[in-house]
Structure formats: C-alpha cells, structure tokens
Design a protein around this ligand. Structure first.
Ligand SMILES: NC(=O)c1ccc[n+]([C@@H]2O[C@H](COP(=O)([O-])OP(=O)(O)OC[C@H]3O[C@@H](n4cnc5c(N)ncnc54)[C@H](O)[C@@H]3O)[C@@H](O)[C@H]2O)c1
Length: 253
C-alpha cells in the first residue's frame, strides 16, 4: 500500500474533508494524527479507525503545533506527510467584513498552514523526504463576492506553497496545493448552489473526490511534482458553460 510505514498529520481532521483524508490515508497503510479543535468528533473518529490518534491542535498556536508533532513522534515516529486542511469561512464583502473576522480567517487558513510547515519541515529536511499538501480552494484562483477574507487567505496558501517548495528544493520534500470547488461538507453546503450550477460538472463535489487527489500528491506516485496547484473543482474555474454568442444555438446566419 502507498502509505505503509508512513506517519501523517491531518489538520481539521475531525470532520468534513479532513476526516475523509484521514480515512483514505489509514486505508492505505498510514498511521495518522487527527488534529482539530473538535475533541468529541476527533476522538470518535480515532476510536473507529485503527492506526490513528486524536490530538487537540489549534493550528494558530505555535505551542499547539509543537505538542502535536511531539505526540505524533512519540506514538508513531517521525512525520512523513502533513495535510494542512483546517479552515474557516466568514462571508462578507470588503465593506462589510469586520477586521476581526478578516484577521481570524487569515490566522487559521494561512498562518495555520505556515506554522504547520514551519514546525514539520526541519524534520522532513533532515530525513531527506516528506510531502506537504496545502488545502487552498478554487477561491485561490479567482475572486467571489462576499468572500474577501476567505479569498485572500486561499490565494495566500497557493502562493506560500510555491515559495515553500522552492525553499525545500533538492531536499526530497515536496509541497503542493489542492483547490477544491464546492464540496459536500458543512462549509460547502453553506455556499450557494449558483456556484456549481453552471460549471462543466454541474453538481457538488464529494469529499472522497478531493481525497483521491490529496493521496496522490502525498504519495510517491507524485515524485516529480512540487509547487503545483491541483484543481478538484468540476471545472468551476474555467468559466460558465454556455454560448457567448446570443444566436449560437438559434437559426441565425
Ligand atoms: N467545502 C468546500 O466547499 C470547500 C471548498 C474549497 C476549499 N475548502 C477547504 O477545505 C478545507 C476543509 O473544509 P471542510 O469543507 O471539510 O470544512 P469543515 O468545516 O467541515 O472542516 C474544517 C475543519 O477545520 C477545523 N478547524 C477550524 N479551525 C481550526 C483551528 N484553529 N485548528 C484546528 N482545526 C480547526 C474544524 O474544527 C473542522 O473540523 C478547508 O481548508 C476549506 O477552506 C472547502
């Protein structure tokens, strides 16, 4: 199996897409630390799966990160895979969003992923191997109204991924970003159906469809891939389906 003997940390792993990534990694042989604030959901998931451990992790806290990595190493050994998946959203446009909400989104989605890499990369560098998958969004490649903080954070994750991949050049450590469209989780279901109704695959995505991409990038199957951005968005970011010319489907000349 692709992750036999490998140790992974998945942030925001207690529910939603993070829980799907945890299940996928465990199914392929990994031992997985589930890091989240949701202690009850996280412990329930860990109890259900063998080879996993729940750890209370607030991704915005350096001390919390150090403690999670210590727990992972003590239970399973050095960390081979980090999936920076934890994220939050507060809807609001540039005029309406409170500075507090804007800062909070950046703190979790962007600073949280930075702190994760900052904490695990020295160990990966010294062992000469490792893979980081940063969960951005389709919103990391375009804008959407009423999403000022979220869009800023996800463009930040996309750019930070490329800078970090260059910092790790020649070390055997790869870092990539994944960009889901609208996906069936509590966060995805808060989005308007307008967001996916006009895309080439006109439906909401399933968490497992994103997991398959995350597992590819985290595995040695992606050995020649770093600093890349990988869409799992049903074609959302290439534009709306439809004809630009008003008479394209009519009987005009
Ligand atoms: N659902 C979508 O449509 C969608 C689309 C694109 C990208 N994403 C991204 O995918 C990731 C997973 O989102 P989801 O849809 O599964 O949402 P979700 O709300 O179900 O899961 C997010 C998880 O992150 C955890 N979390 C929040 N703040 C945290 C913190 N400070 N420390 C640790 N954990 C924290 C939550 O407790 C939760 O378990 C997020 O980064 C999100 O931005 C989601």
């Amino acid at each position: 199996m692709r992750f036999d003997g490998k140790v992974a940390i998945v942030t925001g792993g207690a529910r939603g897409m993070g829980a799907s990534h945890v299940r996928g990694l465990v199914a392929e042989g990994a031992r997985v630390v589930i890091g989240d604030l949701l202690d009850s959901e996280g412990k329930t998931l860990a109890a259900e799966l063998s080879h996993s451990l729940y750890c209370h992790l607030d991704v915005t806290s350096e001390e919390s990160w150090r403690s999670a990595v210590r727990d992972a190493e003590a239970a399973f050994g050095p960390v081979d895979v980090l999936v920076n998946n934890a994220g939050i959203i507060h809807f609001g446009g540039v005029e309406e969003q409170s500075p507090e909400h804007f800062r909070q989104i950046l703190d979790v989605n962007l600073v949280g992923a930075f702190l994760g890499m900052h904490t695990v990369l020295p160990g990966m560098r010294s062992r000469g191997r490792g893979a980081v998958v940063n969960i951005s969004s389709a919103s990391g490649l375009m804008g959407f109204a009423d999403g000022i903080g979220y869009v800023a954070s996800k463009w930040g994750v996309r750019g930070m991924t490329k800078a970090a991949a260059l910092d790790m050049a020649g070390t055997g450590v790869r870092i990539n970003s994944v960009h889901p469209g609208v996906v069936r989780t509590s966060m995805g279901e808060s989005a308007s159906t307008d967001l996916f109704a006009h895309q080439p695959v006109p439906r909401i995505g399933e968490p497992e469809e994103v997991t398959r991409m995350v597992l590819f990038l985290a595995s040695d199957d992606a050995s020649y891939t770093t600093g890349g951005e990988f869409l799992v968005d049903g074609g959302q970011t290439i534009g709306h389906v439809g004809h630009a010319h008003a008479t394209a489907t009519g009987s005009g000349a």
